[in-house]
Each structure stands twice: as C-alpha cells, then as structure tokens.
Design a protein around this ligand. Structure first.
Ligand SMILES: Nc1ncnc2c1ncn2[C@@H]1O[C@H](COP(=O)(O)OP(=O)(O)O)[C@@H](O)[C@H]1O
Ligand SMILES: [Mg+2]
Length: 254
C-alpha cells in the first residue's frame, strides 16, 4: 500500500487544462522526483494535493485511508501529515526563525496560530518543548545559533532552508518540495541535496519538483515525468534520462 496514491486528477483553469488525469503514488520513505517542462502542471498538482485548489476530478488517498483527501481544507491535510514548501518562498519575514518554526508546530496541535503569535498562556506552557524541537530542526537544516535572528536578515538560500524546517515542524509523513534549489549556486544545491537525504533518513517521504537534473536524478528513487497535465513517463532515474518521450518534451521546451 503506497503512502500517497493520487488517482486521475483533473483541473481546469478556464480553457487551460492544467491537470488532465494525472496519477502518481509515493511509497513510505521514498524520494520521488517530479519533473517536466514549464507549464506541465507540477505546481498545480501540489496545489490540488495540499487542498489549496479544488480538483475537478480524481481522488487522493493517504496512509492507506479509505477516505479521499479531495475536498478537505489545506489545514486538515497538513494535520494528516502532508506538508509542503512553495515555489515562491513563503515565510514570515518579520518573525524570528524560532517563531517561524513555532507556527509550523502549532499548526499541527490544537493551539491556534494566534497563540504562537501573541504568546498567550498556552504558548508559554509549551514553550520549552517548542524551543528544544525548534533548535533541533534549525540544527538539522544548518541554521543552528540563528534561532533569534529575524528571517528577513537571512540569505535567500537560508530562507529556503527555514521554509523546509517549518514544514518539518508540522511532523509530516510526506514532504512536498517545489523547486527547493531554484536560484541557488552549485555548492548550496549540494547542501540542500544532503539535507533532503537526511530528511529521508528520518523516515519522511519526499515528492520533489526540480528542474535541475543534476539535483533531482541522484536524489530520486523514482522519477515521474509530466507534460501537458499528464504523466508521460515513470521509472528509475537512469531509464528516464534515456526515454525518448522525455527528451522530446524537454527539447520542445528549448
Ligand atoms: N491559478 C491559476 N489560474 C490560471 N491558470 C493557472 C493557475 N495556476 C496554473 N495555471 C496554468 O496551468 C498550467 C500549469 O501551470 P503550473 O502548474 O504552474 O506548471 P509547472 O509548475 O509545471 O510549471 C499553466 O498553463 C499555467 O498557466
Ligand atoms: Mg511550478
């Protein structure tokens, strides 16, 4: 039984068919690379899985549940253990790193976001735990000792790391990363690749949208290729590299 099983999702925007019967599964602890030319529908696929956009058709099953996640709010989906980062960075820039992570943790528990923001009694009660786990996550992401720094002061690469740390704070079973190394230099890309491997070692599965083949191919246990809202190929990285349909789709883009 796969951890995530997405069956035949369709999504239109007016006349544009962004997703056209797209299916994909992710096994427990697996890293799956999701590639495809610009406009293939990759980000839309994440938006549908995470409840940000409603699907027109299709079903989403998670952790062997009989009930489809389709139609659930993004908040409920997050609580089920499905977390993501965004192609365009989304962090709270005027908050500290630890506060950003606390928001992630509280989005998992009963306390509302407001308690994290305003440090009500509940926040104080749990603060020590939040602090300890938050520091652990920052350490994992290579941001140790910067917990009290304002997020806006971080480099772009470190802000991307912070966004991943915040997603991990929600204790996901599956992490969806949308182009996590976009705009990074080769050594930063290598560091993020290593972090993704560490995340996998913690037993968290990763579905990774990434354009840079040098990053996605060595990381992925399996690669799924999208074009025009559909899956056009799927297999081990070394097979996908040689697949004529995949090469064609990318040549079409160039
Ligand atoms: N919110 C939206 N409203 C209208 N069209 C959209 C929206 N999001 C995506 N699209 C369209 O859907 C198609 C797929 O886009 P997207 O999912 O962003 O592709 P990718 O992430 O693979 O580059 C594109 O044609 C894009 O213009
Ligand atoms: Mg995209």
């Amino acid at each position: 039984m796969p951890l995530l099983e997405v069956r035949s999702i369709s999504k239109r925007f007016g006349g544009v068919r962004a997703l056209d019967g797209m299916s994909l599964s992710v096994d427990e602890g697996e890293i799956v690379g999701l590639i495809g030319p610009n406009g293939a529908g990759k980000t839309s696929f994440f938006n549908v899985i995470t409840g940000i956009l409603p699907a027109d058709e299709g079903e989403i099953f998670f952790q062997g549940g009989q009930q489809s996640l389709r139609g659930l709010s993004s908040d409920k989906i997050l609580k089920k253990g499905l977390a993501r980062t965004f192609q365009n960075l989304r962090i709270f820039k005027n908050m500290t790193l630890l506060e950003n992570i606390a928001v992630g943790m509280y989005s998992r528990t009963q306390s509302s976001l407001w308690s994290a923001f305003f440090r009500t009694r509940r926040f104080h009660v749990e603060e020590k735990k939040v602090f300890k786990r938050g520091m652990g996550l920052l350490d994992l992401m290579g941001l140790a000792n910067q917990g009290n720094e304002i997020a806006a002061n971080l480099s772009y690469g470190n802000q991307k790391r912070l966004e991943i740390a915040r997603a991990l704070a929600t204790e996901p079973k599956l992490l969806l990363l949308d182009e996590p190394v976009a705009g990074m230099n080769p050594s930063e890309k290598e560091e993020i690749s290593n972090l993704i491997r560490k995340i996998q070692k913690r037993g968290i599965a990763v579905l990774l949208i990434e354009h840079d083949m040098k990053v996605v191919m060595p990381l992925s246990n399996r690669v799924v290729v999208m074009d025009d809202g559909k899956k056009i190929a799927e297999g081990p990285p070394e097979e996908i590299r040689k697949n004529p349909r995949v090469i064609q789709a990318y040549l079409g883009e160039a």
